[in-house]
Design a protein around this ligand. Structure first.
Ligand code: ADE
Ligand code: ZN
Length: 322
């Protein structure tokens, strides 16, 4: 599996830092590890999706400096490169950085350094999606989108939205998406993960070409047909879905059905150490548990490169490495 070229469009940057790195960063910043962050097994602790979001916020609360963001980015990209990844889009949350007093500029500079140094050492390419968090509200989302638009950064290629999908409908954020899309940023949004097909329908009213997860579209055949007809790309994260209890097993996951129905699909690890996931592991799961052939997995990488929000020069360079 290592020599199969891979590309990842869906991974949350703070969510890539494993417990050991979070522990190291907290100590470097003179901070105790937050209570309730880790279980007695030393792994991130949570009981359900909303509790997972709280644990994620706790881990992010000790990530405080430009150097921290550089280190997390570098470590993650190098780990992906070692297992055959060519390209990763990192979902970054300026809101989490702001909460600990880091400016948007320092946040982005740290990530950009991590990308540059990982490229220098491994050849992997990375780009950034700026993400708002639904449950932080509409005003915050507008600020995040506005900043990405007003101060363009060469590595920021897209706008995304994470957080509590069921409690905060996509339509409320139409202005933030219009702002981002109007400035040429590619757009994607979490939908069809913790809410059903109606949430994906609402997402499709926004100027998005991709949907994060989107797997619950399977509950509405007409919606599946529309996704296929419009060529909307789903960023599927099977391990995240199974570990968080959306589906009881990989065999119950709708990814193969969506693909068979003509929906364009890609793979992502979402929040790797929280779910025991890696990008290579997602490819391996598709092969071992969902019947995907090598050719089908290559097609997934090709789809990811086609749907990436990077510029055309980089896209062509990545295609030549397939
Ligand atoms: N933030 C981090 N991981 C997430 C997920 N899987 N869904 C929504 N928001 C998230
Ligand atoms: Zn996600």
């Amino acid at each position: 599996m290592t020599n199969l070229p891979k590309a990842e469009l869906h991974v949350h940057l703070e969510g890539t830092a494993p417990p050991e790195l979070v522990r190291h960063i907290a100590a470097r910043n003179g901070l105790p590890l937050p209570d309730r962050l880790l279980g007695i097994d030393g792994r991130f602790r949570y009981t359900n999706f909303l509790d997972f979001l709280r644990t994620y916020d706790l881990a992010a609360s000790v990530i405080r400096t430009l150097e921290d963001y550089r280190d997390i980015t570098y470590e993650y990209l190098c780990s992906c490169a070692r297992t055959g990844a060519l390209y990763v889009e990192l979902t970054a949350s300026p809101d989490h950085a702001r909460l600990v007093g880091l400016s948007d500029e320092e946040h982005l500079d740290g990530i950009a350094r991590g990308i540059d140094e990982a490229r220098r050492d491994t050849g992997i390419e990375g780009r950034i999606l700026i993400s708002a968090v639904r449950n932080f509200g509409v005003e915050q989302a507008l600020r995040v989108a506005g900043h990405a638009v007003d101060r363009p950064h060469p590595y920021v290629v897209g706008f995304s939205m994470a957080g509590d999908e069921a409690g905060f409908p996509a339509g409320d954020f139409a202005e933030a998406f219009a702002l981002a899309a109007g400035a040429g940023l590619g757009c994607t949004i979490h939908a069809g993960e913790w809410a059903g097909a109606e949430s994906v329908r609402a997402a499709m009213e926004l100027p998005v070409t991709r949907v994060a997860h989107g797997v619950r579209s399977i509950e509405d055949p007409a919606l599946v047909a529309e996704l296929a007809a419009r060529g909307i790309v789903l960023e599927c994260c099977p391990t995240s879905n199974v570990v968080l209890g959306l589906y009881p097993s990989y065999e119950d996951h709708p990814l193969p059905q969506l693909r068979d129905a003509g929906v364009r699909v890609t793979l992502g690890s979402d929040d790797p150490p929280y779910f025991g996931a890696t990008i290579a592991g997602e490819y391996a799961v598709c092969a071992a548990r969902m019947g995907f052939t090598d050719a089908a997995l290559r097609e997934i990488t090709r789809t990811a490169i086609d749907a990436a929000f990077c510029d055309e020069d980089l896209r062509n360079g990545l295609r030549s490495r397939l």
